[in-house]
Design a protein around this ligand. Structure first.
Ligand code: ADE
Length: 235
């Protein structure tokens, strides 16, 4: 997988080289480039924003630097790129979307700041490449950078070969439509708190049943919206 990120804060992405993503890059499974939007400005102040037409608070990112930055990437695309603009006005990012995006060969992220990017940039991009607006949740961040780091971490770990033991991906929260069951490790007792007996039993069937029940109970309690219709508690 290849990804490109356009941002006015390239240093935000220095952390990508840590942990799993860094290992994936060194192993050759993933490659990326971070592009400074201000490299595509032509004034002394390297201006990227301006006041909104129609009035209102805040600043809007001007289209010209975005046009140039995206041309530099999309004029010479790797395969069939998918462009993602992180935005609180986008469709909500989920584990299912992470899985879908992990099968893409080229992702391009355009990080907006301020009140967003001039809509013509999105429209122009959508006319030349598959384009999506994606939100990581119903809250407002100062810009798309944190959203892109979060999305990349969720996406890249699903790229085949990135996580050593693919089985560890199967039982996670959201993969089975339920939240993950609680986990325990040694010691058997800690500060007077024992590990649930069944997990020490060696009875794989009983353990699987306990875990399923624990997943279901946890999901009912904190995320009833995730339950399949036949498990939904009646009001
Ligand atoms: N930019 C600002 N808020 C955001 C959000 N919730 N998701 C994605 N991008 C954003």
């Amino acid at each position: 997988m290849r990804f490109d990120v356009v941002t006015i804060f390239p240093e935000f992405f220095d952390t990508l080289d840590i942990s799993l993503l860094g290992r994936a890059r060194r192993g050759g499974t993933v490659s990326w480039a971070i592009h400074d939007l201000r490299d595509h400005t032509h004034d002394r102040h390297r201006t990227v924003d301006d006041t909104p037409y129609g009035g209102g608070a805040g600043m809007v990112m001007r289209p010209e630097p975005w046009g140039e930055a995206l041309d530099a990437i999309l004029d010479d695309p790797v395969d069939d790129p998918l462009v993602i603009f992180p935005s609180p006005a986008g469709e909500v990012f989920t584990q299912a979307m992470a899985r879908e995006l992990s099968a893409e060969s080229h992702l391009v992220f355009g990080c907006g700041r301020y009140e967003g990017i001039d809509q013509r940039v999105v429209d122009h991009t959508a006319a030349r490449a598959r384009t999506r607006l994606v939100s990581i949740g119903d809250y407002v961040l100062n810009g798309g950078e944190v959203a892109v780091v979060a999305m990349l971490e969720a996406i890249v770990r699903l790229v085949p070969g990135v996580v050593g033991n693919p089985e560890s991906l199967v039982e996670e929260s959201h993969e089975a439509g339920l939240l993950e069951y609680p986990s325990y490790t040694k010691p058997q007792e800690w500060r007077g708190l024992p590990v649930p007996e069944v997990l020490l039993s060696g009875n794989h069937r009983a353990i699987a049943e306990w875990r399923h029940r624990a997943s279901l109970e946890r999901t009912k309690r904190v995320r009833p919206d995730l339950l399949p219709p036949d498990e939904t508690p009646h009001a």
